[in-house]
Write a protein that binds this ligand. Structure first.
Ligand code: ATP
Ligand code: MG
Length: 325
């Protein structure tokens, strides 16, 4: 083995160990992505709609659960704190998360139904999506905050995955607690009011999410100026704008880093944002700096957009040197 090859493989094995030691806590709205696939051969006699004869069902963890699953795929130790209903979808999520080696603290709220996004697919196209969702109760959210304080001590990095379903009512308090314990906090934002993300280490809006807050931009210079004002006003360490086919841009104090998109083929972009924040968190927890974390996350996003539905990037796809020879 020549020296260069030896160095490369020892760096790879060191990284593999660091990934295994990385501890990430994910908090946010979980959901179940459910797909019903079937044949369409006739129109219903009841209404002018197709009849789908379902012959295959697929279920995947969605929302914050997809973020957790993406982090766990890189062999990090991942805890997930969230709320589900006392129902079949909640049980299904528990089972899927266990399979994916995510340590799930799921509070059961009898008064809500677990969030489910059901897609009916026939003839290779989505015919219908049906959403089931309700906002968790105040009591359950308060016990969740207590759990957060307990879990915080055992993690290196926190992800707050805000899907706007009400599970992060105490987000400002969570950020303050995490910062007091010196833990980096990464936030995937929703909505127009970012004041509740004040003090976060990194916020990762996509283009539309950022536009809803700073308005549109006519040039890169305008984007930079507006984003830097937002970052400064809210005391954020960094803002990472994910820009779909344009890649992503990281804004920190006095600096801008753009990383172009890497996808070789684009099949399904849903969940790419979940992959991005999960990979950055694992890399930071494994001791990498923000810039390398962003570059690796961009590579991971390029991999998952080439797969069906919400997907994960596996370590051997992301780090070819880790592949067993
Ligand atoms: N069409 C595309 N072509 C190439 N890369 C893409 C494409 N869409 C997404 N990506 C990659 O995935 C990253 C995240 O995608 P995007 O900005 O769409 O996030 P998002 O809207 O939060 O995704 P989602 O909410 O579906 O999880 C991009 O920064 C890029 O690296
Ligand atoms: Mg997103």
């Amino acid at each position: 083995m020549n020296i260069r090859r030896q160095n490369k493989s020892s760096t790879a094995s060191r990284l593999a160990l660091q990934l295994r030691d990385a501890r990430v806590l994910v908090v946010g709205d979980v959901m179940l992505d459910r797909y019903w696939f079937g044949e369409v051969n006739r129109i219903s006699p009841e209404a002018p709609v197709p009849v789908v004869k379902v012959d295959r069902v697929e279920e995947r963890p969605g929302g914050a659960a997809n973020v957790a699953r993406n982090a766990a795929a890189l062999s990090a130790k991942v805890s997930l704190l969230s709320v589900v209903g006392r129902d079949e979808a909640g049980l299904c999520l528990r089972r899927l998360l266990k399979r994916d080696r995510v340590a799930a603290s799921l509070h059961e709220d009898r008064s809500v139904t677990t969030t489910v996004k059901l897609r009916v697919i026939g003839r290779q196209q989505q015919l219908l999506r049906a959403d089931f969702e309700t906002v968790p109760s105040h009591e359950v959210l308060a016990t969740k905050l207590q759990d957060f304080q307990r879990l915080l001590k055992h993690c290196d990095v926190v992800i707050l995955s805000d899907y706007g379903k009400g599970g992060l009512a105490h987000i400002a308090r969570m950020i303050a607690l995490a910062r007091r314990h010196d833990k980096p906090v990464l936030v995937d934002p929703k909505g127009e009011d970012y004041s509740r993300y004040r003090g976060a280490t990194l916020v990762t809006p996509n283009r539309a999410e950022l536009r809803a807050v700073i308005g549109s931009w006519s040039s890169e210079a305008a984007l930079t100026a507006k984003t830097q004002i937002l970052r400064q006003r809210l005391g954020l360490g960094a803002v990472l704008v994910t820009r779909s086919e344009e890649g992503m841009t990281l804004f920190r104090r006095g600096s801008r880093l753009h990383v172009p998109a890497q996808a070789r083929e684009v099949y399904d972009v849903s969940g790419a944002g979940d992959t991005v924040i999960a990979v950055i968190a694992v890399m930071l927890a494994a001791g990498q700096d923000m810039e390398s974390a962003v570059r690796i996350a961009n590579r991971a996003a390029g991999i998952v957009v080439g797969k069906f539905g919400t997907a994960v990037a596996q370590p051997d796809e992301l780090f070819p040197p880790l592949r067993k020879e």
